[in-house]
Design a protein around this ligand. Structure first.
Ligand code: ATP
Ligand code: MG
Length: 234
């Protein structure tokens, strides 16, 4: 579904990604793990067209997307749920959600999509009229995920959804991600919570200093000494 090939991205003179290669197949949950500053968010920003690579290619459903604008990439079916939620804080929950439905194919179905999302996130229905900035951190994360789903994506790329949440909510976020897969959405997930991530994902890539250093099925990575020491504290 998604193929990233030899991708390099720079900020000015500084190279943040070095010839990154990875694939995501339809129906999978694929994880990307790595330390702070490894380049994880940079990779997601490059996939979603917010920044453009210097070399390499990104193919989605057989079509080259590197070089396309971010709104075209959303139209094609990739939704980026950003790190730090990035809500419209002075808008209501419902208005935030509707902002996610701007692709043409999503707008005509937005009321129906909203009802489906309320089934996944009942709290958002209760809070529909409330300003986003008055929500708890966990509720704000639900809004960010709900808004991302409003574009009716085929592939959701999600940047650290459990960051800053209490343990009970962390579990809930992981359950929701599994339920999205059951609804037919393919997931590319960045997470610092490596243990839970390797439990729900099919495969994972390890990114270190802008390079993919390791990849495999989660079962394989759980057996890797490097992963156990560096990311699981074992
Ligand atoms: N807009 C920018 N301009 C210049 N350098 C940047 C910019 N954004 C990120 N960087 C640098 O690129 C590198 C990778 O950053 P990135 O945000 O992709 O890391 P990350 O893996 O997402 O980290 P974290 O886990 O802390 O979110 C870092 O060294 C960072 O300082
Ligand atoms: Mg990041």
């Amino acid at each position: 579904m998604l193929e990233v090939n030899n991708l390099s991205t720079f900020y000015g003179n500084i190279q943040a990604l070095w010839e990154v290669c990875l694939t995501v197949e339809e129906g999978e949950i694929v994880a990307l793990i790595g330390a702070n500053g490894a380049g994880k968010s940079t990779l997601l920003h490059t996939i979603s067209g917010l920044i453009h690579p210097t070399s390499g290619s990104i193919t989605f459903l057989g079509q080259r997307i590197d070089g396309l604008s971010s709104h075209t990439i959303v139209e094609l079916g990739i939704s980026h749920i950003p790190e730090g939620r990035r809500l419209f804080t002075d808008m209501s929950v419902r208005e935030n959600m509707e902002m996610g439905a701007y692709p043409k194919r999503a707008w005509s179905q937005k009321d129906q999509t909203l009802e489906q999302i309320y089934q996944t996130f009942p709290i958002l229905k209760e809070r529909a009229g409330q300003l986003a900035r008055t929500l708890s951190g966990g509720e704000q994360q639900m809004v960010a995920m709900g808004r991302g789903l409003m574009s009716r994506p085929k592939l959701c790329i999600i940047d650290e959804p459990s960051n800053g949440l209490a343990p009970r909510l962390v579990l809930e976020v992981f359950q929701i991600i599994e339920s999205l897969r059951e609804q037919g959405i393919t997931i590319f997930l960045i997470e610092q919570n490596v243990r839970h991530t390797l439990e729900i994902a099919d495969r994972a890539y390890v990114l270190e200093n802008g390079r993919v250093t390791l990849d495999g099925t989660c079962k394989e990575l759980l057996k890797s000494d490097h992963v156990r020491k560096a990311y699981l504290g074992l």
